[in-house]
Write a protein that binds this ligand. Structure first.
Ligand code: SF4
Length: 408
């Protein structure tokens, strides 16, 4: 594995990136992200020692994604406890007792939410206001998360695990990938599967092994997407190639994407399909790794991808194509770059064109927004275009907006 670390000047203050080296393992999602845009992959995973001590660029949390994480985490906690207690179904009296011991589904959801919010501590993109809003929004959705967990559980079947009650340490050990061992008959929540030769890894939400069947289930809190089935096929390949979890090379038989409203179950790939998929993955990983050696990570901009990109403030390829505010309609959320000009009122500034120095837009800010730095080049994210009361183009920086100062 290469240890080469390359620095990349993003052009944004306090944001010099130390690019990541080759990952030990690829996963379905990391490979997909690399293929969608190598620059986004690299900048999202780089280190920013001037900004904070954690790996990766600080993400701006999205409430919908956090909600999905909370549902997922709550399900994981409950299923592990049910399996450890030897429950074959979440609908038995034993399962009801397990849930009571946990304090009920709502208590588990609240615990998962607390843990997820704690992970946001120290994120330099989150001020107190933003943190409070996310926290309130997610707490309001606890009843919804509870009912989603209940729905998933109502459809879950847990084949008997031979080691039965009191085996929590076994299943926990498996789930954490410490001291992996064969996954025999029974239910295995959150089991890591590894294809060493491909350097490919995945974590299956629920692997159910019986005498004659091997089922793989992945819980999906979003809308149905054909990509979810591709991900399941990849898990079938990992199961096929994992010599520790599956030493007898038992084939997977069915793959299920469990959505809030229904399960979508497909047959697992046959031997020929598995070998084709293996070769495809080998080629995709080789292609992804050629991108890692570039000192300037390749950008693949597109309107759809860049609009949701968490590191677009660091990407000059995006700003070269950013739409002109004059072409947008009132109320549109947009990003723009310019030079902060003279102050116009207590909470308003002119934005000047970088090329001509002419006034291009009046920027209004809320009382809690920081003062804009006069004379500095800035990138502004998530502005809202105002109603044109005069012929002057104006936009408002709201609590959803962010200001990034460029190095000159
Ligand atoms: S802004 Fe677009 S081109 Fe730039 S890193 Fe993000 S997705 Fe890639």
């Amino acid at each position: 594995m290469s240890e080469k670390r390359v620095s990349f000047a993003t052009g944004v203050e306090a944001s010099e990136a130390v690019l990541p080296s080759q990952p030990t393992y690829w996963s379905y999602s990391s490979l997909q992200e690399m293929e969608a845009c190598p620059r986004r992959w690299m900048l999202s995973r780089a280190e920013y020692p001037e900004l904070w001590g954690k790996r990766g660029y600080p993400p701006l949390p999205v409430a919908a994604a956090l909600f999905g994480d909370v549902v997922h985490a709550a399900l994981e906690i409950i299923v592990r406890k049910l399996v450890a207690a030897g429950c074959m179904s979440p609908r038995t009296a034993e399962a009801a007792q397990v849930l009571r011991d946990l304090g009920g589904i709502t208590a588990v959801v609240e615990m998962a939410l607390h843990d997820r919010l704690a992970m946001l501590d120290g994120n330099p993109r989150l001020d107190n206001d933003r943190m409070k809003r996310i926290s309130v929004e997610l707490r309001d959705r606890v009843p919804h998360a509870r009912s989603q967990v209940q729905v998933y559980l109502s459809r879950t079947v847990l084949p008997a695990t031979p080691w039965g009650a009191g085996s929590q340490s076994d299943s926990d050990t498996l789930a954490r990938g410490l001291g992996r061992r064969p996954a025999g008959p029974g239910t295995h929540p959150e089991i890591p599967l590894v294809a060493e030769a491909l350097r490919l890894i995945g974590r299956v939400d629920l692997l159910a092994v019986t005498q004659d069947r091997v089922g793989i289930t992945d819980y999906k809190t979003g809308v149905e997407d054909p990509g979810h089935l591709d991900q399941l096929r990849l898990y079938a390949l990992l199961w096929d190639l994992d010599r520790i979890a599956n030493p007898d090379r038992r084939p997977a038989t069915e793959l299920t994407a469990a959505y809030p409203s229904r399960d979508v179950t497909i047959s697992a790939p046959d031997e020929t399909q598995l070998r084709n998929l293996e070769e495809t993955m080998r080629q995709r990983i080789a292609a992804a790794e050629t991108e890692l050696v570039a000192s300037v990570p390749k950008a693949l901009p597109s309107k759809q991808k860049c609009a949701l990109c968490q590191v677009r403030q660091l990407c000059d390829a995006y700003w070269e194509q950013a739409p002109d505010a004059l072409t947008l309609s009132t109320g549109t959320w947009f990003d723009c770059q310019g030079v902060v000009g003279p102050q116009n009122g207590t909470r308003s500034w002119w934005l000047l064109s970088e090329r001509s120095g002419q006034k291009t837009m009046l920027l209004r800010t809320g009382a809690t927004m920081p003062v804009l730095p006069p004379g500095r080049r800035v990138r502004l994210l998530n502005l809202q275009l105002d109603d044109p009361v005069t012929r002057v183009t104006s936009a408002t920086l709201t609590t959803a907006s962010e200001v990034f100062v460029l190095t000159d």
